[in-house]
Unconditional design. Structure first.
Length: 255
């Protein structure tokens, strides 16, 4: 059950209509990496997530994405309200206008309607969390592309806010994925099986070094250090066969 608060997560106050930009930004409403698919992905993935902490995170982020969906719809609405027929024709908005007038309808920038096949729910812990992490990076990349096309601060400011939230969500999913991997590994290696597993350190614990959520110049500071650091490798349970771990991970043989 949700409680609706009658305000946007970030203010949107666009004074001048611009149908050309609306046709670009609408992709984050119903496009392949948009907020509609994001909210449906996370709110659906939570049901098959066995760890309540991760299920709670999916619920929280899925709920926030609904708020982002509202923000994008508001941007598109304010960019297309009060358009004259001459502006509609000159901006290339006529095809959309024929089908939807100036209503906000979920589609990609290329005109492809929203499709549920644009997101996945696999029912596997690691698969779904990697899907979610990839989705956040694709959304961040789309917002970067929009910011390269848009110069008006009234439009750029809410878009930058949305971009920054994608970075934060990626970090949170990364932390949950690392924690889930440890729990899965522990469940698969009881003492009696005597199988050596290797635990990988949390590669995202220092993610602030990799991305800056409040990047001002998207052309220069997309990724602060685009190479992930090598995670620390920690031997769990019984020692592995003593070979160089970068090449071989051994399994101890019990007589």
């Amino acid at each position: 059950m949700w409680s609706y608060e009658k305000r946007l997560q970030f203010p949107v106050n666009i004074k001048e209509p611009n149908a050309k930009l609306a046709q670009v930004i609408i992709s984050q409403y119903g496009g392949p990496d948009g907020e509609m698919g994001a909210s449906m992905r996370y709110l659906s993935q939570r049901y098959s997530m066995p760890f309540k902490e991760v299920a709670g995170l999916l619920t929280d982020i899925g709920t926030e994405e609904l708020g982002h969906l509202e923000m994008v719809a508001t941007i598109v609405h304010q960019l297309t309200r009060d358009l004259s027929m001459e502006e509609i024709e000159k901006s290339g908005f006529a095809n959309y206008y024929v089908d939807h007038t100036i209503g906000v309808w979920p589609q990609a920038a290329g005109g492809v309607p929203f499709n549920a096949c644009e997101f996945q729910v696999k029912g596997d812990i690691i698969t779904d969390l990697h899907e979610s992490m990839a989705a956040e990076q694709k959304a961040r990349s789309t917002y970067d592309n929009i910011l390269r096309l848009v110069k008006d601060p009234e439009i750029c400011d809410p878009i930058r806010f949305l971009r920054a939230r994608e970075v934060v969500h990626f970090q949170r999913f990364g932390e949950s994925q690392a924690a889930a991997q440890h729990q899965v590994a522990d469940a698969l290696q009881p003492e009696k099986c005597r199988m050596t597993l290797v635990a990988m350190g949390n590669v995202l614990r220092d993610m602030q070094r990799l991305e800056r959520p409040h990047t001002a110049d998207t052309q220069q500071n997309l990724l602060f250090e685009p190479v992930l650091p090598i995670a620390a490798v920690q031997v769990m349970r019984h020692p592995a066969i003593l070979l160089e771990i970068g090449l071989v991970i051994g399994v101890e043989q019990v007589q």
